[in-house]
Design a protein around this ligand. Structure first.
Ligand SMILES: *[C@@H]1O[C@H](CO)[C@@H](O)[C@H](O)[C@H]1NC(C)=O
Ligand SMILES: *[C@@H]1O[C@H](CO)[C@@H](O)[C@H](O)[C@H]1NC(C)=O
Ligand SMILES: *[C@@H]1O[C@H](CO)[C@@H](O)[C@H](O)[C@H]1NC(C)=O
Ligand SMILES: *[C@@H]1O[C@H](CO)[C@@H](O)[C@H](O)[C@H]1NC(C)=O
Ligand SMILES: *[C@@H]1O[C@H](CO)[C@@H](O)[C@H](O)[C@H]1NC(C)=O
Ligand SMILES: *[C@@H]1O[C@H](CO)[C@@H](O)[C@H](O)[C@H]1NC(C)=O
Ligand SMILES: *[C@@H]1O[C@H](CO)[C@@H](O)[C@H](O)[C@H]1NC(C)=O
Ligand SMILES: *[C@@H]1O[C@H](CO)[C@@H](O)[C@H](O)[C@H]1NC(C)=O
Length: 462
């Protein structure tokens, strides 16, 4: 066979696309932005439900079999992407998607998804709206009654009456609708933690005491039924069938990281040593449980329950995204953990992008970051996890002021939470009033020590 020049060039291109991972320098802002852009492009390539032929109820959702909640998680990530990178390419797509799923009462309760819609699912969409609020993500013009803030507060206020005192001394059930029998009696951490983080961020944004009171109440309840352990493990759930006396001890990475960001926001907002200690404890728990699966993979994130056993489902493929998202956001509002978080996310992002050689584009990411390449598993969750870990690095640079969550100001009341006019560049600097320094000295160096001395998961354990 005679190889012509064109064939050779094509062959070279093919070989390159099969081997060239996305390049990333974790301490170079331009490099992180470029890599994030490539990863975001890969993520958005999975989004199809914004065509003129898309049924109205499906706009803003992901293709089956992905559940409704995961789209809310994706839009939250894309709001962050826009704020961190200042790339406004996806603003219109994200606006349309988020607003398409607010439902008839503008609270992220669309009837078409009631069959799968639990408290945790709704929380992921509400959290996306709160990120839009905090980062001044533009709200489309032409609707005077609805704002990111009104959507988030309405979502929160649907959860309040679901707090159920008839067993377990309180708590939210996983499910909202009794038809969803499997999870009605299950009171789980991601649902209660979701409400907790929503309340913490709304407390910080609005200064409204109601939200702070709910934070204390939810934390105390989770601790009271042992969903949060003395070591700040956050277990998966418990059941009202036995008055929450048994706990399902599975450790999933989104549970403690959900609680971590709420706690870090509350630490920032209140300057309380209580929330500072919880922030420290939860970070240690995350570091000890969800990083360094093997001695050859120090500080690389992994989903402990399922990843090394190849049993993760579509939901679980995405969990490392939220682990990274909330670790990094926590480091912004609780800077005393920043060095520890950078150490973890630097290694994880470096390993994560090395898996991104899959798919036809040669740039889709894999699931297992510890194997040193693409592991054959790609999809929305896998792509989201690498994107969120890489873009999180933009919050952790030494020489760059990170994007911070804005607080509501008197100037914003009336149009409060409305965001800038459509299509404008996103304003990311904030009128944040930093509270007084906390009364206790943070134990940042202690955390680094913990990271170095933690146990690694052995094959026998996994
Ligand atoms: C759908 O979203 C993609 C990704 O942002 C965008 O490129 C495309 O233009 C959108 N299509 C429509 C019809 O809005
Ligand atoms: C504003 O948007 C919400 C949510 O999409 C919708 O329910 C409401 O009818 C809209 N109001 C107006 C005045 O357009
Ligand atoms: C509250 O919990 C009890 C079980 O303790 C359950 O039977 C009841 O349906 C729950 N109420 C609501 C409104 O979900
Ligand atoms: C049910 O559990 C709650 C929370 O642990 C506890 O306060 C309450 O006393 C328990 N009720 C019964 C009847 O055991
Ligand atoms: C505080 O927030 C709660 C829950 O959204 C709301 O019902 C209440 O009106 C708010 N209070 C003030 C003073 O804005
Ligand atoms: C609170 O968060 C801001 C960023 O939003 C940060 O600059 C400030 O240092 C934090 N305050 C404390 C006490 O850590
Ligand atoms: C980031 O992680 C990579 C890979 O583990 C490592 O080579 C590099 O030294 C780390 N950078 C910093 C600043 O810690
Ligand atoms: C690290 O060790 C694990 C377990 O032995 C293995 O599966 C993985 O491929 C190794 N990673 C690299 C980069 O060699």
């Amino acid at each position: 066979m005679k190889l012509g020049f064109t064939t050779l060039t094509a062959l070279a291109a093919l070989l390159q696309s099969a081997t060239a991972a996305i390049s990333l320098d974790t301490q170079d802002v331009d490099s992180i932005k470029k890599a994030s852009g490539e990863l975001a492009y890969g993520l958005m390539s999975f989004y199809k439900n914004n065509q003129s032929s898309t049924p109205i109820a499906d706009v803003g959702t992901l293709p089956d079999p992905l559940y409704w909640w995961e789209a809310g998680a994706v839009w939250g990530a894309m709001v962050d992407y826009t704020a961190y990178t200042e790339d406004t390419s996806y603003v219109a797509t994200v606006q349309q998607a988020l607003l398409a799923q607010v439902g008839p009462h503008s609270n992220f309760m669309p009837p078409a998804y009631f069959f799968s819609l639990g408290n945790d699912d709704q929380a992921f969409w509400v959290l996306a709206a709160i990120s839009a609020l905090e980062y001044d993500f533009p709200f489309p013009a032409g609707n005077a009654s609805t704002t990111w803030l009104s959507l988030a507060e309405a979502g929160f206020n649907t959860m309040v009456p679901r707090w159920n005192m008839s067993s377990c001394n309180g708590g939210l059930s996983w499910q909202i609708f009794p038809d969803n029998v499997n999870g009605m009696s299950y009171k789980n951490s991601i649902s209660n933690g979701g409400m907790f983080q929503v309340a913490a961020r709304l407390a910080h944004y609005t200064g409204n005491q109601t939200y702070l009171d709910w934070c204390d109440k939810i934390w105390d309840w989770m601790e009271g039924v042992n969903l949060i352990s003395a070591n700040y493990d956050v277990w998966d759930g418990t059941s009202y069938d036995n008055n929450c006396s048994d706990v399902n001890h599975q450790p999933w990475s989104y549970n403690p990281s959900m609680m971590l960001y709420g706690s870090a926001v509350l630490y920032n907002h209140t300057s309380s040593s209580v929330w500072q200690d919880r922030t420290t404890g939860l970070l240690k728990a995350c570091a000890n449980t969800f990083f360094s699966p093997f001695p050859n993979a120090t500080d690389i994130a992994f989903e402990r329950v399922c990843e090394t056993k190849d049993t993760c489902n579509n939901d679980q493929y995405s969990f490392k995204a939220y682990l990274s998202r909330w670790l990094a956001k926590s480091a912004v509002v609780a800077p005393f953990i920043r060095d520890s978080v950078f150490q973890l996310l630097n290694s994880s992002a470096t390993a994560g992008v090395q898996t991104c050689t899959g798919g036809e584009s040669g740039e889709l990411c894999g699931h297992k970051w510890y194997v040193g390449g693409f592991d054959g598993s790609s999809g929305v969750g896998q792509q989201l996890a690498v994107l969120e870990t890489v873009q999180a690095l933009l919050l952790l640079q030494d020489d760059v002021q990170p994007v911070t969550p804005v607080k509501g100001t008197t100037a914003q009341s009336g149009g409060k939470g409305r965001g800038k006019a459509e299509g404008g560049s996103v304003q990311t600097s904030a009128a944040v009033q930093a509270p007084a320094a906390p009364s206790t000295t943070p134990a940042a160096s202690g955390l680094v020590t913990v990271l170095k001395t933690k146990t690694v998961l052995t094959t026998a354990e996994s």
